[in-house]
Design a protein around this ligand. Structure first.
Ligand code: ADP
Ligand code: MG
Length: 330
């Protein structure tokens, strides 16, 4: 039973229809997420990394069924939850919680910290009075806050403290999975490390599984077991974290890693400059990354979309320079 991943996403797509022409007659389909597959083992962390607009949040929201996927399947704890609804969906929701980038925006400014953390305890367990208060106090301590914070309001807190409140609120319903959507990117660097430490400790303490969303590859190294790189809604590389950092194969991953500041500036690593952004000349055909690719291009980079293939055990890449070696293993 425990071999079953806690979360599995199969061929997930989310399309948005854009009305293109002046008269609104021509419609274009924009693929915010395009046939994405991954699985998250219990107690582990999978990083979803990509530039802003690459589809990370959309994947997280689809996984939680906060928005409806266009196609694909979502399995939680072995159960296909793609089409469940009503009470069944509500019960599942307490197993999976989302932490957002902006803690201030995700906390109700008119409620005290005690009320904010206590609300899900009422909604899910009908806890109230002294028992709820005790449980909120316990949660405050778990996330490194103090008893005296109970009657304060979110605006009296720093960004890091607000994010701790958000985490306490998410933990109140005893989830198995946390989807962390850039949880530290709005925080100062020193505070980021503290919140990442806290998340690491909580994972050990409560055997949590994390889907960790970030636009910053350097942040994921500390927390993640596996990393999936997203480019324009597609996974372009997926492997164990060490493999991603020591033997990246996709030119996009290589460029992102080369941009991480090195402790030793004379370390000899050459930085690969990524040109433009996601909106730059998105090609109508061929590899979506081709216009920004620094590697010598093969003829079919401009004409064929490279499939995502397993180039070695537990290492998937979609790049024409790395065709599948599956035949050589057989
Ligand atoms: P990320 O979290 O990686 O920054 P998102 O998942 O938020 O990216 O968005 C992926 C793409 O989908 C973006 O180009 C965004 O503009 C588009 N998108 C997101 N939500 C909608 C929507 N409701 N309607 C149309 N386009 C959307
Ligand atoms: Mg996002």
């Amino acid at each position: 039973m425990s071999d079953i991943p806690l979360l599995e996403v199969r061929n997930l797509s989310k399309h948005y229809v854009q009305r293109g022409s002046l008269l609104g007659q021509r419609t274009d389909v924009f693929k915010a997420v395009d046939t994405v597959s991954f699985s998250l083992p219990r107690g582990k962390t999978l990083g979803l990394v990509g530039e802003s607009g690459s589809g990370k949040t959309t994947i997280g929201k689809c996984a939680l069924r906060l928005i409806e996927p266009t196609s694909g399947q979502i399995l939680f704890d072995g159960q296909d939850i793609t089409h469940i609804s009503g009470g069944e969906l509500r019960r599942r929701r307490s197993d999976m919680q989302m932490i957002y980038q902006s803690p201030a925006a995700s906390l109700n400014g008119r409620m005290t910290i005690g009320e904010i953390i206590g609300e899900p305890l009422w909604l899910h367990e009908r806890l109230r009075g002294q028992r709820r208060r005790e449980r909120v106090m316990e949660l405050l301590h778990i996330v490194g806050l103090k008893t005296e914070h109970y009657y304060r309001f979110p605006h009296e807190f720093s960004g890091g403290q607000q994010q701790r409140v958000g985490i306490a609120r998410a933990l109140a319903v005893k989830p198995k999975l946390l989807i962390l959507d850039e949880p530290t990117s709005a925080l100062d660097v020193s505070v980021q490390a503290q919140v990442l430490n806290l998340l690491h400790e909580l994972q050990q303490q409560f055997q949590l599984s994390y889907l960790f969303i970030s636009h910053d590859l350097s942040v994921v190294r500390y927390l993640c077991d596996q990393v999936a790189l997203l480019y324009l809604g597609k996974v372009v590389e997926l492997a164990d974290v060490e493999t991603i950092f020591t033997r990246p194969k996709h030119p996009y991953t290589q460029a992102l890693i080369s941009a991480i500041p090195e402790p030793d500036p004379d370390g000899g690593r050459e930085q690969i400059l990524l040109q433009g952004d996601l909106n730059l000349r998105t090609p109508k055909q061929g590899c979506p990354f081709a216009p920004r690719c620094h590697v010598a291009k093969l003829a079919h980079c401009e004409t064929d979309v490279p499939p995502l293939v397993e180039v070695e055990a537990r290492h998937q890449v979609s790049c024409h320079l790395h065709p599948s070696s599956a035949h050589s293993r057989n």
